[in-house]
Design a binder for this molecule. Sequence first.
Ligand SMILES: Nc1nc2c(c(=O)[nH]1)N[C@H]1C(S)=C(S)[C@@H](COP(=O)(O)O)O[C@H]1N2
Ligand SMILES: [Mo]
Length: 504
Amino acid sequence: MTVLVLASLPFPLWIRVTHYINVLFLFFMIRSGIQILAAHPRLYWTDSSDPKTAWLKFTRKQVPTDQLYTAADSEIDASPWLALPGGGNLGLGRHWHFFSLIFWILNGVVYVALLFLTGEWSRLVPTSWSLFPGAWESLVTYVTLHISPDSAFHPYDPLQQLTYFGVVFLLTPFMILLGAAMSPSIEAHFPWYVRLFGGKQGARSLHFLGMVAFVVFVVLHVTLVLVVHFQDNIRNIVLGSSQGGVSLAVIIAIIALLVVLAIHVWATLYTRGHLRQMQRVLGRLSDPIYTFFLARQSSNENYTPSEITSYFWINGRPPETKEYKRGVANDFRDYTLEVSGLCANPLHLSLEDIREFPQQEQITLHNCIQGWSGIAKWTGVPLTEILTLCEPSPQAKYVVFWSYQTGKQGYKEVPEEKQDRFFYETLSMDIVKHPQTILALKMNDKPLTIEHGAPLRLRCETQLGFKMVKYLRKIELVEEYSHIYDGQGGFREDIQYFAMEAGI
Ligand SMILES: Nc1nc2c(c(=O)[nH]1)N[C@H]1C(S)=C(S)[C@@H](COP(=O)(O)O)O[C@H]1N2
Ligand SMILES: [Mo]
């Protein structure tokens, strides 16, 4: 009976191929997602990422309160058996996540389109209320370790049909919407959107739970396929019908899964051995796509004073250069900000000069690439004011923000020969001109503390935190940035292989 029913609805080739591609990319998504989680192994429900309020954590490290402790100090190494590519490679984990996302979505779109074009949708989409009591019955059957009778499958049993429908049409779109809600550009441009999910940390926690749901689904799905009518299942998914040899189907399935495994092993090992190359290759495809969608979105954020979070992590330690220490000792009396490069009027601005520009206030959500967030009020000068004064030449496409801080204070594992490099980050002119791109003098109405970047730092609300250079020393207008150090557009791009695209 089962054979007849299933044979009357065999799996066409396109279902089998898209299912297989989905396995490959879903595992890329999960493994690179675990890598990203390891960079801030704590989950919260409120935008203040106060470690005391974490509802789940994957680290035993406590946050000391008697010494300067940065968010980077709390990162953990991920096992390459679980995470792609493993270790502390947040930069490459993200490259893999956003690269795979493109293919995972494309494959999903093709699958869903064909589902509706061919009439195969009727396998999944519930068309009768009777499915619900039926699903309950088979849940009871499975939970009590029995197996539904053949007559329950038409071609799926009701529980199976509802679950597949839920995974394809509810869980998957929900995960994509949650992913978008974590993009700083989308959050900044559509602040209402991230609120739908309870803010950045709400979205991040739900995204994690969605991943857990995928893993639970995969485990149960595979178990049931192996246990319930295995011989029909394996022939249907591999050969397309329940005719043909079971052992042939099993052999093909094993080979196909070994190929997925081999691709994952290769991706993991090759990435770890070729960090720069993989940063470039994966970024070359995905960066332009995300930049296209995100770079034009400017920030409309305007949180209320009551939303300002009492906790705000720190990343990057204060500079140890003599010049900076002298500044700290004399309240930055001799501080000058240099504005130079491709412009008609290079500038040297003292803190007094900077205070005389029109000052702008903004209460905004900060997103560190590691995953934590915080809301604060920032006060300072819009960059457009500085540009008006210095008159950029038409060739100036990028602005480089230079810090007083050097390598070791910016990241814990900078190779010996790169430790004297200055911290810098580059923004495209479009983003520099966004109204909420400012040079901030104050955080929460007080002059910047040393930890938060005194005396002057960049705020650029559509971007990830790493772009917002602290301890600003110089602003340089350039046509391109490939001649600066490793040429990737910033200290974290050079050293940690982050993407120049920091809107996601
Ligand atoms: N000069 C300098 N600026 C920097 C960093 C740094 O290490 N050095 N870290 C960046 C990162 S990764 C983040 S998330 C923010 C953190 O800002 P905060 O320390 O004020 O919270 O600063 C950014 N600006
Ligand atoms: Mo960060």
